[in-house]
Structure formats: C-alpha cells, structure tokens
Design a protein around this ligand. Structure first.
Ligand SMILES: [Zn+2]
Length: 373
C-alpha cells in the first residue's frame, strides 16, 4: 500500500525536517491505493508520468515538489495541471521528499558527496536535535506493563530509529488519602506505602499533551504523580544543510574536477573557479542551489565547494576573500540524480524486510533543462 511506502520514506526523511517554505509528502493519490511498482525521479514531468505508465509504475517518488506554489486550477490547459490529470487518470500516486531528503546522512547531499569520493562527511550547518521532554512517573508494579504500552502508543519512548525506549527502577511510594479522595489503594486518613516502579521515558515535545492524556487514562491512581523535564538540545546531529568531508588523499583541483565529471550521470555543464594546480583535500558540498552556503564553506575551511546554480554576484563576491575555496558548479539535476539509487535501495530493503517488497526502477528521463553546452 502507498501508506507503507510513505511510512518508510517518512522514517528515512522525516517531513518535519523540511524547510518551512517547502511542500513535501503525498501530493497526488491515495494512501490506501496498492503499489506494484515505484519509479524514482528528480522531477515529476509529463515525460516521467508517461514513462511511469509505460513501465507499469503506479507510484512516483520525486525529489522536487510538483506543486510548490499556490495552485488555483487543475486543468489540461497548463503543464502542471496536465501532469496531475495524467497521474489521476493513470492511477499513479506522487510522493515528494525535498528539503527533508537533503539533510540526513542517507540524503541527497550525502549521496552526492559519496559519489564524489568525499568521506567522513558531517553537516555544514548542523540542525538542532529534535526537542525532547523527559517524563518521570511512578506506578504500582502490577500496572507497569500496561502503563508503558499506553505511553508508547501515545509517542513516548520514540528516539531516532528506536521506539518503546524506557528505564524503570523499583522504589517505595507513599501517600495519605484525604477525606473526599477515592483511592485506588489505601485508606482515607492513613499513610500508605506501595511498591512502585519509577518510569522514565523521553518523548518528542510536540507529543507532550498526547502522552500526558495517555498517562492519566492508563494510570490506576486517581491523581498520578508525574513530572516533565525539557531536555537541553544540541547540534551534535548528523542532519543539516550541506556536508563537508575529506578526499582520501589531497589532489590537484584539475584532478578533482575530472573526478566530479566522471561521477555525474551526464558529462558536461561543470564550471570551475580556481587554480587548476591548487591542492584540495577538504570538500564542502551542497546539492541544489548553494549560494547561501558560500560563506559557511569558507569559514569551515573548505578547499573546494561543490554546488549548483551559482550566480555571478554571490560567486564573485565570495572569491574576493583571501581564504575563499575553489568553486565547482555542477548541473543541479545531475547532482540530485546521485540520490536516486540510494533512496531506491534504502526503501527497497525496508519494504522487503517488512514482508511487502515492491519492485522499482529509476526514471530514464533526463529532466535537466540544459541539454547542450
Ligand atoms: Zn533541487
């Protein structure tokens, strides 16, 4: 089902990590539809939809959003409308992973860095870790498992690729029910001692209210004791904008540029700024338009910055700095194409492991708008 594929994609590339202006996720179709073949592409164009029909694919996973800006009509009178119309007619679902696919260690930028032979990469601009709360509560031991289940079902204990994470320790709880109380254990007016379990679970901060509601529903006590702590966040994460890493051994810029040309799916379209004999070892990479990370690449000490769509003014101004990296501007489509075999393999492995394998192909349509040099 489409929902199974979307769930796998969302775990690899959490939609919450997309930039605020972005539009990612299921774009056309139904989560409840069956999937018999997936086709991966950088762009969903009319030619890609036609290819999907001809190869029998009923789900397209694309990098660029088809509908990024406001749409006021879906007709066959403009290219995007025709695309949506053909998708619906063909029973084809479209799912998009864009800036959320750029940022993680299994993402688009990392795939480009890997293709260029850059190793040990970390984000150029690390993203802050997801904010977490720590829930601490106390429950009579016989009810421990029930409470843990309820908290986990509400989203507590989910950390990265793990769920149901918890820590428990035994202890003694004490309380005295006052007149008017209806205690689950104990007698009004008498101090009660109960063997309890201290439960600790972290939870994504946006799940806070859901988890507290689940706690109040599942806990046997009239007034359960609990507290929440907001944990400190760090940027020691492996997700973020761009990546930086080293070549296995330093080489001349000219040699590196030739390596870049060989790593990309189509030759041509590579522009270079720098002394061909300059020795480069530390490489900064950003897939897509990378003007905005020119300064970061320099201040992080990169010898060369590989990106796409560099414009005259930002590039020429960046080169005025004495410690400016060499610049290698590569075709946007080719840079992001390097991700397609990676996402195809990762999704394929996870669907197969879940017992729901789905065949897939990579689109052969070159959606690079620049077809001659
Ligand atoms: Zn792009």
């Amino acid at each position: 089902m489409v929902a199974d594929v979307v769930a796998v994609m969302d775990r690899l590339y959490p939609p919450a990590t997309a930039e605020p202006w972005d539009r990612v996720g299921l774009t056309v179709g139904s989560r409840n539809a069956a999937v018999t073949k997936i086709i991966y592409t950088v762009d969903c164009t009319a030619a890609v939809v036609a290819e999907a029909v001809s190869v029998g694919a009923d789900m397209i996973i694309a990098h660029h959003p088809l509908l990024l800006r406001g749409v006021h009509s879906i007709t066959d009178e403009d290219p995007k409308g025709r695309c949506v119309t053909e998708l619906v007619k063909g029973g084809i679902t479209l799912h998009v992973a864009h800036t959320n696919a750029d940022k993680p260690a299994c993402g688009v930028v990392a795939a480009l860095a890997d293709a260029l032979g850059v190793t040990g990469t970390t984000p150029l601009v690390p993203a802050p870790a997801e904010p977490l709360d720590l829930l601490v509560t106390f429950v009579p031991q016989p009810q421990e498992a029930t409470l843990l289940d309820a908290l986990a079902d509400a989203g507590a204990g989910a950390v990265g690729s793990y769920d149901r994470c918890s820590f428990t320790s035994p202890g003694i709880g004490r309380f005295r029910p006052l007149p008017g109380a209806e205690p689950y254990l104990g007698t009004v007016g008498q101090v009660e001692r109960v063997t309890e379990t201290r439960v600790e679970m972290v939870l994504p901060r946006p799940r806070r209210d859901d988890v507290v509601q689940a706690l109040l529903r599942a806990h046997p006590y009239q007034t359960p004791a609990f507290h929440l702590i907001e944990t400190a966040t760090t940027t020691a994460t492996d997700i973020g904008l761009g990546r930086i890493g080293a070549l296995p051994s330093p080489m001349r810029l000219a040699e590196f540029v030739s390596r870049v040309g060989q790593a990309l799916p189509r030759s041509g379209g590579v522009r270079v700024s720098g002394d061909p004999d300059r020795v480069v070892g530390l490489v900064a990479v950003q897939a897509g338009a990378g003007d905005d990370l020119l300064d970061v690449a320099r201040t992080r000490g990169a010898d060369v910055y590989v990106t796409s769509d560099l414009r005259h003014h930002p590039a020429s101004e960046a080169l005025e700095w004495a410690d400016a990296p060499a610049l290698v501007d590569i075709p946007h489509w080719a840079a992001e194409y390097t991700w397609l075999p990676v996402v195809q393999r990762l999704v394929g492995e996870r669907l197969a492991a879940a017992g729901t394998p789905v065949p897939s192909v990579i689109s052969t349509v070159v959606t690079d708008p620049w077809n001659a040099t």
